[in-house]
Design a protein around this ligand. Structure first.
Ligand code: PLP
Length: 386
């Protein structure tokens, strides 16, 4: 009965693509215990180190004390407790949009936003390196999907120019691309969206707290338009969990009434909302945290540059390309022997032969720790294309 699953797993094993979760015990924002030893974590999305910030923890604990451990229902039935209003108002203010709405995860925000707003008969233009949750949202919508080459607005333009007799156009992109750390060309995409009357959906999962003074991609480029609908997550730089979408009042009201992942899922818990609120408060009140992330990002960029490893100084995601699956696993093991966790990212998460260590720096790493990482990287067989 389970033959086909067992066979598929064996195939994954043979191709060095088998994955299984490991249990790391967090010590603080940048260190974990694993099998009795302490490791430096260089692979997390905890960009601002807020999972262990005293104010964020305190806000989360307070929320449990006041409202309990679970929401007990969906938002449209019994699950909307007062912190939702507070968080959604804060998110809207932070992202400079009319309204925000939360989902139980960033994945759900993308599924729920795209499947609600896009209908059969519409057409989606999707960057080839978009995150799985955007891809699945596109599939769920039933619309035609045209994938355009990564960040290539020149290739996108003629696709948009094809005449359409009915339906709407949507351009969908990651803001900061999760596996490469590069940024979508938002001003050019917005210009195309305006010219061809399209809506532009931008996933700010890795941009929130990270670029544009922490406000994300639109703020980074000073782009403002009701055509831009932003999704994102509280699970990365905000140190909590839960997704969100930001847009006009009409868009949010429509999503509330049409999005199945919103309507048919239990609302986030008080602990999650409390932590997210705490994180947004830290972002607004402690500029030092964001500045530390910037400073560590620039430090790592300069160090990698001096090793001949290409990178950008705009985001804290540094793909260290190894190539083969086996080589990537070996490189990850070598780092581990040196006390550093750098996960091996392999296909299908990234294209074939671009296996990589996805190195991320956070606001909480010290320069001495980053220096240690550089020393270890020097000994790895890395594809250097500078
Ligand atoms: C670009 C992007 N979008 C969405 C998500 C989903 O967010 P979450 O993990 O909060 O469900 C992720 C997370 O892995 C992501 O990298």
């Amino acid at each position: 009965m389970f033959n086909r699953y067992a066979k598929a797993l064996t195939l994954r094993q043979e191709e060095s693509q088998l994955r299984s979760p490991r249990t790391y015990t967090p010590i603080d924002a940048t260190h974990v215990m694993y099998e009795g030893s302490t490791y430096l974590m260089m692979a997390s999305n905890n960009y601002l180190g807020l999972t262990h910030h005293p104010h964020v923890k305190e806000r989360s604990l307070q929320a449990i004390q006041q409202y309990g451990t679970g929401s007990g229902g969906a938002r449209l039935t019994s699950g909307s407790f007062p912190l939702f209003q507070e968080l959604e108002a804060r998110l809207a203010q932070w992202k400079e949009c009319e309204k925000a709405l939360t989902f139980t995860a960033g994945f759900m925000a993308n599924l729920g936003t795209i499947s609600a707003l896009v209908n059969k008969g519409d057409i989606i233009f999707s960057d080839e390196l978009n995150h799985a949750s955007l891809i699945d949202g596109c599939r769920l919508s039933g619309a035609k999907v045209q994938v355009y080459p990564h960040r290539d607005v020149h290739a996108l333009e003629p696709l948009l120019a094809e005449p359409m007799h009915y339906g709407m156009r949507f351009i969908i992109t990651d803001g900061v691309f999760s596996m490469d750390g590069d940024i979508a060309p938002l001003p050019e995409l917005l210009e195309l969206a305006e010219r061809y009357d399209a809506l532009l959906i931008v996933d700010d999962a890795h941009a929130t707290g990270v670029i544009g003074e922490g406000r994300g991609t639109a703020h980074h480029f000073h782009c403002e338009s009701p055509r831009i609908i932003t999704t994102g997550t509280m699970s990365k730089a905000l140190g909590s969990i839960g997704g969100y979408v930001c847009g006009s009042q009409t868009i949010i009201d429509y999503i509330i009434n049409h999005s199945r992942p919103f309507i048919f899922a239990t609302a986030l818990s008080p602990a999650d909302i409390g932590a997210s609120l705490g994180a947004l408060e830290v972002l607004a009140q402690e500029p030092r945290v964001y500045q530390n992330l910037r400073s560590n990002t620039e430090y790592m960029h300069k160090a990698l540059h001096s090793l001949g490893i290409p990178s950008s100084d705009e985001t804290p995601i540094f793909p260290i390309i190894i190539g083969s699956n086996e080589g990537t696993l070996e490189a990850s093991r070598l780092c581990e022997q040196e006390g550093i966790i750098l996960s091996a990212i392999r296909p299908p998460t990234v294209p074939i032969n671009t296996g990589r260590l996805r190195l991320t720096v956070t606001a909480s790493h010290t320069k001495a720790e980053l220096q240690k990482v550089i020393q270890v990287l020097q000994r790895l067989p890395i594809q250097k294309t500078l």
